[in-house]
Design a protein around this ligand. Structure first.
Ligand SMILES: O=C(O)COP(=O)(O)O
Ligand SMILES: [Mg+2]
Length: 258
């Protein structure tokens, strides 16, 4: 039994790896056109001019609350909102902090309303994604999505883009008490797939994916084509940069060195 099992394991190209955990926005899909549309719909409601899509792209990756906070301030690193809207100015008894919180809640609600209407409409699957996912499945891997996007947006987006069927599990931004860069959602995905973190490869486009994967004990591969808050992914400590998901499958299938 011991011997034959060892032989089987050695014969499998991906003997060590049993699962791949994939980030969503910026790794599987370019969701920026829809996110930017919703963020700008929110800004227009607040009397603010729209921002360019490439600016909004740098705001993506730490959940929609951060996206809305950044989009409202027009900055990657917002301080207190600089411009109060008419409703805030008339709310005389409210403290500055209360007014800011109320303004943020209204902005989040406006963003959610707009995003529900367009989620998946212009989202575009990155090159090599279906082929890479198929190749990983053919290697016998289990697949999970691990995203900071809330479940109410994640599941319809996966359905609309035809990606849902590839995945055995989906962990969204509100599935666990904490989001990436915390390891909690990565560990939950491993638990749902029935694999140990050391048997799962985390694939993402940002420092938050890398930090979450590392902290959970997974090797980390990064794609260079997406957001990462506008920074170069080569600056992030990872086990490899992969041009496409097809290269993820090749990395996983490569003997010994991994
Ligand atoms: O920040 C988000 O809303 C989603 O980002 P992610 O899919 O890259 O985790
Ligand atoms: Mg991402």
């Amino acid at each position: 039994m011991g011997l034959s099992q060892a032989a089987v394991v050695q014969a499998r190209p991906s003997g060590r790896w049993r699962a791949a955990l994939l980030d969503l926005d910026g790794t599987l899909l370019d969701s920026v056109p829809d996110l930017a549309h919703a963020a700008n719909a929110m800004r227009v409601e607040f009397g603010l001019p729209p921002l360019r899509d490439d600016v909004i792209a740098t705001f993506v990756g730490r959940g929609i609350e951060n996206l809305v906070r950044r989009a409202l301030a027009g900055s990657l690193d917002p301080q207190e909102p600089a411009v109060a809207d008419a409703a805030d100015r008339s709310a005389a008894p409210a403290t500055g902090a209360q007014a800011a919180a109320g303004r943020f809640d209204r902005a989040l609600a406006a963003f959610r309303r707009a995003y529900h209407l367009v989620n998946g409409e212009k989202a575009r699957i990155f090159e090599g994604v279906p082929e890479g996912l198929r190749a990983m499945r053919e290697l016998g891997l289990k697949l999970a999505v691990v995203t900071n996007k809330p479940e109410a947006f994640t599941l319809p987006l996966l359905e609309r883009t035809g990606l849902r069927a590839y995945f055995d599990a989906v962990v969204s931004g509100d599935t666990c008490a904490r989001k990436k860069p915390d390891p909690m959602p990565v560990l939950r995905a491993c638990e749902l797939l029935g694999v140990a973190p050391a048997e799962a490869v985390m694939v993402g486009d940002s420092m938050h994916d890398a930090a979450a994967g590392r902290a959970a004990g997974c090797p980390v591969l990064l794609v260079p084509y997406a957001y990462n808050e506008g920074r170069d992914v080569r600056m992030i400590e990872a086990d490899g940069i992969v041009a496409t998901l097809q290269d993820v499958a090749r990395w996983i299938a490569a003997p010994a060195k991994n």
